[in-house]
Structures are given as structure tokens and as C-alpha cells.
Design a protein. Structure first.
Length: 350
């Protein structure tokens, strides 16, 4: 009986993400590509119109990652097929639904996995050789309907440098926040799933002896609606998409993540890395991170419950909170993903 081919130390890894702009899924993909490219041959396939409102995943990818641009709509599959056959990867890693769907339609004899950045929101996911889950609830959702290999990953985090007190003070001044003000922040897309309307309504009902300000960092189609909801409250500000958001976490006194739906919110990990205490809804990945690393939760969509939690936190000292997040550090998180790749490759070759 022939011996199976050994798994190479240096793998050929193809990542595919066919979205636009730069949000949590794109950041996670970029971090994986960058980390893996230090020891492996990595290709990242993106769509040609990857830039949205001036931002793109390609701005965050190291030169050690080879970029391949595909047509946005017509001939996407044909060009992707050609690129994969030329590269001959040991494993294909799909991100989001479109890339997963295209890979399964090609019927190539290639080992393929997908990350559940959201959920298994299409039958193609259930046909993959392996699925990578970021949250425990995703694992539970697959138990009765998926027979392939499953891996529970730790959503990756690149620890950020510590700002000086002068830098923090300057950022707060830029935001119009005084030294004695309490800055509450919401970070992410201005989308209905994020529950920003719940936060605004709760904030407007808060009674506190402290002077508070509420800042939103992000863009989205709901901005005009949320501005209308905020009315003429001068203490509520919308600051758009910020490339320096990891700096901003360090000048925020309290982060609120009021999502109605959330796989595993990267913003909570980044805020905790900055030492910022967190309040989150008791839904999905929000609850998982609060249970694992500390913080407060409120009943999703319950304005009065969030108001009560805010008032309780504002009544005490808002001390910095830095839990041990080393399991999420990108080097550690990716090492485990690479071990998952190797296990799948070994199984296929045997």
C-alpha cells in the first residue's frame, strides 16, 4: 500500500474574498493572509472593484501576499478557476458566501474550507471540506446538518500600541471631549442590525451626574435616520469611518455594542485590548465575549435595560479593563488554523 504524501512545512494557501470596502470580515482575512505569508506562499483573490468609499482590504495586506484581481461580475469564475489551477494550492480558504458558492460550482479537486464570518447562509457552506467557526453558537448551529470537519477558531486580534497620555488628550480634544467628560462610543457600520437606535434612545434617557458624550465611528445608509433620532442633542456626534479607530479606543471611557445580530464582534476584542470597559447586548458572540472576558450585558433591544446598565456604570469609577486576550493574538489564532489546514491535507492525502 503506497504511503501518503507528507504535508509540506511550507504550504500554498489561496484566500478568496469577493466583497468591497473594509469591515470586520475583510480585516480578519487580511490579518490571516499577512500572518500566513511569513511562512507560506499565500495568494489573495479579490474583485477588481474592491474599493468602496476609498477603503479596501488591499490597503491592509503586506507585500508578501500576492494579490490577484478578478472581474467584478462577468467571467469572475473563469478567471478564478484559471488562477487557482496555475497556483495549485494545498488548500483554498473562502471568505463570505460568494467565494464559497463559486468554489463549489467549479467542482475542482481542491481542498476547500470556509470561515463563518456570519453564518452558514447558503447550501454551499455545507459542502465544504471544512468550516471555521468564530463563535460557539455557530458550532451549535452546525451540529445536525454538517458532516465535514469543524474548527472553533479564536477571532484574531493584532494588539495595538499604547498611546501616550498626550496623544490620548489630543484625540479627545479633537472629538470635542473635555478632560472630565465621559466618552461613550459605538463603533461599526450604521446598519439596523447594529442596534444604534437602541443606544441613542437609551442614552437620551440616562440620568447621570457626569457630563457624557456619545460618539459614533462608522458609516452606513442609516446615518441620516440616526441623526434625526439624535435630534439637536449636541452631546451626540457622528464621526464617520476612522482609520485610527484602534487609537480612538484608548480615549473612549465606555464602549457599547447594542447589536441585534452579531457573530463575534471584533470591536469588543479591540476595545478590551485598549482597556476600554464594554456593555453589550446578550446576543450571539457579544454574550460569548462578555462571559469569557468580563463586562456588562443588557437584554437585546430593551432601551430601559440598557439605560439602567449605563446609569449603573456611570455611577461608579470607569476603570480600564484589560483581560488576557493572548489566545486571540493573530500569531496564536493563526497557528491553530494552520494546524487545522494540515489535518485536512493529511486526511485528504491518506
Amino acid at each position: 500500500m503506497p504511503h501518503p504524501m507528507p504535508v509540506p512545512d511550507r504550504m500554498k494557501i489561496a484566500h478568496i474574498i469577493l466583497s468591497r470596502g473594509f469591515a470586520g470580515s475583510e480585516r480578519s482575512t487580511a490579518e490571516s493572509c499577512n500572518e500566513q505569508s511569513q511562512n507560506h506562499d499565500v495568494v489573495l483573490f479579490v474583485r477588481r472593484d474592491h474599493r468602496k468609499k476609498g477603503v479596501s482590504i488591499v490597503d491592509h495586506v503586506l507585500p508578501s501576499v500576492r494579490l490577484v484581481e478578478l472581474p467584478a461580475r462577468i467571467f469572475t469564475a473563469r478567471q478564478l478557476r484559471r488562477g487557482l489551477l496555475e497556483f495549485a494550492p494545498d488548500i483554498v480558504h473562502c471568505h463570505l458566501r460568494r467565494s464559497t458558492r463559486l468554489i463549489k460550482k467549479m467542482h475542482l479537486d481542491l481542498l476547500a474550507v470556509a470561515t463563518l464570518h456570519i453564518e452558514a447562509n447558503g447550501p454551499e457552506y455545507l459542502q465544504m471540506d471544512g468550516l471555521i467557526c468564530n463563535a460557539r453558537w455557530q458550532l451549535e448551529s452546525l451540529q445536525s446538518r454538517y458532516s465535514g470537519a469543524v474548527f472553533k477558531a479564536n477571532n484574531s486580534l493584532v494588539p495595538h500600541r499604547r498611546l501616550s497620555s498626550d496623544e490620548i488628550e489630543a484625540l479627545r480634544r479633537e472629538l470635542g471631549v473635555g478632560p472630565d467628560d465621559v466618552l461613550i462610543a459605538g463603533v461599526g457600520r450604521l446598519h439596523s442590525s447594529k442596534g444604534w437606535d437602541t443606544l441613542i434612545r437609551a442614552y437620551q434617557k440616562v440620568k447621570s451626574r457626569a457630563t457624557t458624550r456619545l460618539a459614533f465611528f462608522g458609516e452606513g445608509r442609516l446615518e441620516a435616520t440616526l441623526r434625526d433620532l439624535a435630534g439637536n442633542n449636541a452631546n451626540i456626534g457622528f464621526f464617520g469611518y476612522r482609520r485610527d479607530v484602534k487609537d480612538l479606543y484608548q480615549c473612549v471611557d465606555l464602549l457599547v455594542c447594542p447589536s441585534r445580530y452579531e457573530p463575534l464582534p471584533r470591536v469588543i476584542l479591540e476595545a478590551m485590548d485598549a482597556g476600554t470597559p464594554v456593555i453589550a447586548s446578550n446576543i450571539g458572540g457579544c454574550l460569548e465575549l462578555i462571559e469569557d472576558y468580563g463586562g456588562d450585558t443588557f437584554q437585546v433591544d430593551d432601551v430601559d435595560d440598557l439605560r439602567a446598565v449605563l446609569e449603573r456604570r456611570l455611577a461608579g469609577a470607569l476603570e480600564r479593563h484589560r483581560p488576557d486576550l493572548t489566545a486571540h493574538y493573530v500569531s496564536n489564532a493563526n497557528r491553530q488554523i494552520e494546524d487545522f489546514y494540515r489535518r485536512l491535507i493529511a486526511d485528504k492525502r491518506s
